[in-house]
Ligand binder design. Structure first.
Ligand code: SF4
Length: 102
């Protein structure tokens, strides 16, 4: 199958536009608040070093959201999506007790 040069350019432009629109939509997602009920249950903190280590002894210094397998980085290097907190962005420097490297 061959496509015309014009069709190729139109498809490429549409594809690039879709990526930009998706990135902008993600950037507008709200940020997960530490006071969110699920976030509190899981001990989520925007700054991993502020984790209550008595309450969450599983925390190991050096762990953070950006190294968690559930973290999905975005174009913003400070915030990203987490598979546990759909529709809200978490801090790359954050942590919760569901931290996973698998
Ligand atoms: S599951 Fe991972 S990425 Fe999500 S909030 Fe917890 S530590 Fe961060």
């Amino acid at each position: 199958m061959t496509i015309s040069r014009r069709k190729f350019l139109v498809l490429s432009l549409c594809s690039a536009t879709s990526v930009v629109v998706a990135s902008e939509a993600r950037a507008e997602e709200p940020i997960l608040a530490e006071s969110d009920e699920q976030a509190r249950r899981l001990g989520y903190r925007e700054v991993a070093t502020s984790v209550d280590r008595k309450q969450f002894p599983a925390y190991v210094p050096g762990q953070d959201c950006k190294s968690c397998s559930l973290f999905q980085a975005s174009t913003d290097d400070k915030w990203g999506d987490c598979l546990l907190f759909s529709g809200k962005r978490v801090a790359a420097a954050g942590w919760c007790s569901s931290y996973s490297t698998m």
